[in-house]
Design a protein around this ligand. Sequence first.
Ligand SMILES: [Fe+2]
Length: 228
Amino acid sequence: MRGLNTYDSFKSIVELIEADNRTPHAVIATGDLVQDETRQGYERFRKLIGELGVPVHCIPGNHDSPRIMAELLSLPPFQFCGSATYSNWVLIMLNTAIRWDAGGRLEAAQLEILDRTLGAHTAHHALVCMHHHPVPMGSPWLDGINLRNSDEFFKIIDRYPHVRGIVWGHVHQCSDRERNGVRLISTPSTGAQFLPETEAFMLDTLPPGYRWIGLMPDGSIDTEVVWL
Ligand SMILES: [Fe+2]
């Protein structure tokens, strides 16, 4: 994939996590897990990341097969979309993948899940995760394949002051900013990275990476990107 063996780089990332002296409580896999949408691809993903021995929350991206993912990544320690609580935090994993479109959309059912889960966990701090970016990244080509109904998304988010962070994949680059007191965070790819703020697609020279996300008891987020 773009000059990189993504299975090897993903494997190296898992080894890097295992070698870290911090142990994660869970993994969030923000989509585009398997480019060729094969069962074998998801089985390999499951075997490798399963070695960490912690819950793995999976959401689909534009390159995934949500159907095969739901079938192969629904049994513990895997969870396909939905929500989960970790002490006083709730994670909400949304499906933004739509067929035949590299961009994303939150269908009515997903918006309903977001609204209902936030409403049911007002005593928790909330982290919302999805594949597509709900705010512009500053690259016209990427911003043409964003979350297409981010207005509907933020209409719900803005009603709940306990939302602390929104995390996405898709853009193969780091970013970390704030909107109305909510952290907006993108994470790098375990494969190749995209050069930020470019008119057309361009690869970055940065190595594969992943992001640690520390969900603090006071609702703050302590995060750091680790490069291979
Ligand atoms: Fe994507």
